[in-house]
Design a protein. Structure first.
Lengths: 118, 114
């Protein structure tokens, strides 16, 4: 089945540094990638949607200059948290959608990245 | 904008028993899709079951079934013969027929006990 590999699974960084999170679709072409943020014991909040080769669309309230999303190829999307601060500490999850759309099972989630900023 | 509400933050069920998780949603659209996702302690999101709004028949997947009431905008999940491995957070999600993003509810934490 469709697999999305997300790395790293966890990362600790110093305040002010940048962190890059990668999501790779291993056996399909991910034309659309969704990036979510999940706080402890809370739901997934969509941060942005990216389509291969075009700029990401950010949800209201998400700083696009802080959360840089690149979707340069059909198998790789990256989220870079720039100048990270402790309040950016969270669990980040990507989700890929393939085309042709594999029916309603076309969404595949990565395993998530726990970011801790100290 | 669509909203998804899960009114049960936590639930507990004994092994082999049946439990029902509630979900309501709000939309003005007629064509949409509904999902239940499971997030175990590993945090990996797993699709449990899905329902197309245009289908009147309730979806079933082995021990999992839904009660889809379109007029009431209700989409509950029934887990039969609960197993310890069913312990997880369960999220109800909505997808518009015209957009591709998912809107999640706040989740229900299900604990299956011996």
């Amino acid at each position: 089945g469709a697999v999305v590999s997300q790395h790293p699974s966890w990362v600790i960084c110093k305040s002010g540094t940048s962190v890059k999170i990668e999501c790779r679709s291993l056996d399909f072409q991910a034309t659309t990638m969704f990036w979510y943020r999940q706080f402890p014991k809370q739901s997934l909040m969509l941060m942005a949607t990216s389509n291969e080769g075009s700029k990401a669309t950010y949800e209201q309230g998400v700083e696009k200059d802080k959360f840089l999303i690149n979707h340069a190829s059909l198998t790789l999307s990256t989220l870079t948290v720039t100048s990270a601060h402790p309040e950016d500490s969270s669990f980040y999850i990507c989700s890929a959608r393939a085309l042709p759309h594999r029916g309603l099972r076309g969404y595949t989630f990565g395993s998530g990245t726990r970011l801790t900023v100290v | 904008a669509q909203t998804v509400t899960q009114s049960q933050p936590e639930m507990s069920v004994q092994e082999a028993e049946t439990v029902t998780l509630s979900c309501t949603y709000d939309t003005s659209e007629n064509n949409y899709y509904l999902f239940w996702y499971k997030q175990p302690p590993s945090r990996q999101m797993i699709l449990v079951i899905r329902q197309e709004a245009y289908k009147q028949q309730n979806a079933t997947e082995n021990r999992f079934s839904v009660n889809f009431q379109k007029a009431a905008k209700s989409f509950s999940l029934k887990i039969s013969d609960s197993q310890l491995g069913d312990t997880a957070m369960y999220f109800c999600a909505f997808m518009s027929g015209t957009a591709s993003k998912l809107t999640f509810g706040t989740g229900t934490r299900l604990q299956v006990t011996l």
